[in-house]
Design a binder for this molecule. Structure first.
Ligand SMILES: NC(=O)c1ccc[n+]([C@@H]2O[C@H](COP(=O)([O-])OP(=O)(O)OC[C@H]3O[C@@H](n4cnc5c(N)ncnc54)[C@H](O)[C@@H]3O)[C@@H](O)[C@H]2O)c1
Length: 184
């Protein structure tokens, strides 16, 4: 299965970073938040991250505009129906994540891959809320944005490597038809 369209549920600290990587990697991306205001706030964060890349000469203004153009916002989980991969980044609360996954299970195609960005919760317990536990994965994302680390020397190199790995995981998912990431 080729991954063309990515959904991101929750555009807070992590979700905005995940959505940024997704649009920059070339995926049509649908971001879901609980209100239009929070969606717009998430989009502004993504725009800021991308603008920082332009300022530092890491991407052109045109590439930034193209990337942000791949993002659409919604407050309805049903608008993620066409996504091949959905990455959840809502609050770290098991009942909430299970509720989100149960609804994602209902609205997305059976072959779609559902990923959680949980830090510490059991992926198995989240997957149990769906009828497709074999297509639920844990996908851990580092907080650092690709190419946006201000630290010099080794830290900067490490941050860039983390960013490259994260982009590679998304590309790998597209190529192999699997959600690559950290299985927990
Ligand atoms: N911040 C980190 O350092 C970090 C690192 C790794 C993993 N994580 C994990 O990532 C997840 C998100 O963390 P965060 O720091 O981005 O949280 P956050 O509080 O910054 O963002 C969570 C967002 O989810 C939104 N939300 C809540 N319920 C929702 C729903 N039903 N549908 C859509 N959006 C909803 C909230 O409005 C909020 O904007 C958590 O599971 C956390 O443990 C966080």
């Amino acid at each position: 299965m080729e991954i063309r369209r990515v959904g991101v549920v929750g555009l807070g600290t992590m979700g905005a970073g995940i959505a940024q990587v997704s649009v920059q990697a070339g995926f049509e991306t649908v971001g879901r938040e609980v209100s239009n205001e929070l969606g717009e706030r998430g989009k502004a964060t993504i725009d800021r991250y991308l603008s920082r890349g332009v300022e530092k000469g890491r991407l052109t203004r045109e590439a930034k505009d193209t990337a942000i153009g791949r993002l659409t916002l919604t407050t309805e989980l049903a608008d993620l129906a066409d996504c091949d991969l959905v990455i959840e980044a809502v609050l770290e609360e098991l009942p909430l994540k299970r509720e989100v996954f149960a609804e994602l299970d209902r609205v997305t195609r059976p072959e779609a891959i559902l990923a959680t960005n949980t830090s510490a919760l059991s992926v198995a317990e989240i997957a149990e809320a769906t009828e497709r536990p074999e297509r639920v994965v844990g996908m851990r994302h580092a907080l650092l944005q690709p190419g946006s680390c201000p630290a010099p020397g080794r830290d900067r190199a490490r941050a860039q490597e983390l960013g490259r790995r994260r982009a590679r995981r998304l590309r790998l998912g597209r190529r192999c038809g699997q959600a690559a990431g950290q299985l927990q």
